[in-house]
Design a protein around this ligand. Structure first.
Ligand SMILES: NC(=O)c1ccc[n+]([C@@H]2O[C@H](COP(=O)([O-])OP(=O)(O)OC[C@H]3O[C@@H](n4cnc5c(N)ncnc54)[C@H](O)[C@@H]3O)[C@@H](O)[C@H]2O)c1
Length: 363
């Protein structure tokens, strides 16, 4: 067996559950399957269906009634309508409280399927097979599920943890390079917040003369998973410390808004980390040399480091949810590569002004 257990997530009142990594997703699902589960609903999108197919076949071969549900790839499927369509299909085929959802995909499939699992018959079990690097290092862990509404992303959802998670490294073979970079940006974020050694590993992995196949090693991915699991355990209900995972995201959301979604999330996060860290340098809270290291790593990974638009084009996306133009904006910013701390007030974030963001937008 080429699977290895990375960690066990203990989040609040949810039952602890294991996270495995490897290239044996089918064996994982068969091992995790509980005798009391009588029906499987395997959910994938058009791009991940190829990875879901062998799992569905193995379940059927084991005598488990199995249906396959396929959604269109992309955020457009993470909607109320997408949720209703999946629920209606499950109801039509007779899924019940003893059914288990097996979600095979990136963050979109996992968020949608997890939310359906959280509310179908008041909650049924589910397993996650994460196929995108971003889902592996971030979305699959933490129990947060959600859909988007016209008012914004991830606004309606529940906390509902899977029974087990599989980080499917074989699936990365079919992941487009641009999607790999989205995940790498989140991996850099984990390193900046938590682990200088991971930062150095990413530097080495992507550095000149390295012959990697564009796919991070199992050890690199596993370290990112363990960091996310630690943060989730420390703040199961997303009441404080998990805010650190928003590092880079305040600026990223504004850039995504200003570009009407043309800048992919990972690229926006890369730029956001640079701008927010530059703000910390200007405050005297972060060493300039380490900001240069961050920029060098992002460049090595093929990620952008400067905003594609003027600050004034992005301003209104910072203020969007706020009542006044000069409302306080909060950012989580590390103090050094690999280190972030709760402030004096235990909030993990700092208030920043639009003027400071403007001054930090470019060098
Ligand atoms: N729940 C959480 O805590 C959490 C955390 C972070 C992000 N998210 C959510 O995750 C989503 C982003 O995740 P994502 O980047 O994985 O998005 P995604 O699921 O849309 O995947 C990105 C693209 O890659 C494709 N893909 C995925 N795996 C593939 C594979 N192995 N081979 C070929 N193609 C593959 C998908 O079909 C899609 O086109 C967002 O909706 C975000 O809100 C949730």
């Amino acid at each position: 067996v080429t699977s290895r257990r990375i960690t066990e997530v203990r989040a609040g009142s949810a039952a602890p559950y294991p996270v495995f990594i490897g290239d044996e997703a089918t064996a994982f699902v068969m091992d995790a399957w509980q005798p009391g589960w009588t029906r499987a609903v395997v959910v994938a999108d058009d791009n991940t269906a190829v990875h879901a197919q062998p799992i569905a076949e193995a379940l059927r071969a084991a005598g488990i009634v199995t249906s396959q549900q396929r959604i269109a790839p992309g955020e457009g499927s993470k909607t109320r309508a997408g949720k209703a369509a999946l629920e209606d299909a499950m109801l039509a085929e007779g899924a019940d409280r003893k059914s288990c959802i097996v979600a095979v995909g990136g963050g979109v499939v996992l968020d949608l399927a997890g939310f359906v699992a959280g509310t179908f018959m008041r909650g049924i079990p589910h397993l996650f097979v994460a196929t995108s690097l971003l889902a592996q290092v971030d979305a699959a862990l933490g129990g947060k599920t959600a859909i988007n509404t016209p008012a914004g992303k991830n606004l309606v959802g529940v906390f509902h943890h899977p029974r087990a998670v599989y980080v499917d490294t074989a699936a990365l073979d079919t992941l487009p390079a641009s999607e790999m970079r989205n995940g790498l940006a989140e991996a850099v974020k984990h390193a900046m917040l938590w682990d200088r050694a991971l930062f150095a590993q990413l530097m080495g992995w992507s550095g000149p003369g390295q012959t990697n196949n564009g796919r991070p090693s199992e050890a690199l991915i596993a370290r990112c998973v363990a960091i996310k699991a630690e943060v989730v355990e420390a703040d199961a209900r997303d009441e404080g410390m998990r805010n650190i995972l928003n590092y880079g995201h305040t600026v990223a959301h504004a850039i995504e808004g200003a570009s009407h979604g043309a800048v992919p999330h990972g690229q926006a996060v890369a730029i956001g980390m640079v701008v927010e860290t530059r703000l910390a340098v200007r405050r005297g809270d972060f060493a300039e040399g380490e900001l240069k290291e961050l920029i060098a790593l992002l460049e090595q990974l093929g990620l952008p480091t400067s905003p594609p638009c003027a600050f004034d084009d992005a301003t209104r996306f910072f203020a969007r949810d706020k009542k006044t133009e000069d409302a306080v904006i909060h950012c989580a910013i590390p103090q050094a590569i690999g280190r972030i701390a709760a402030g004096d007030d235990g909030r993990w974030t700092q208030a920043v002004s639009l003027d400071e963001l403007r001054a930090s937008w470019t060098p």
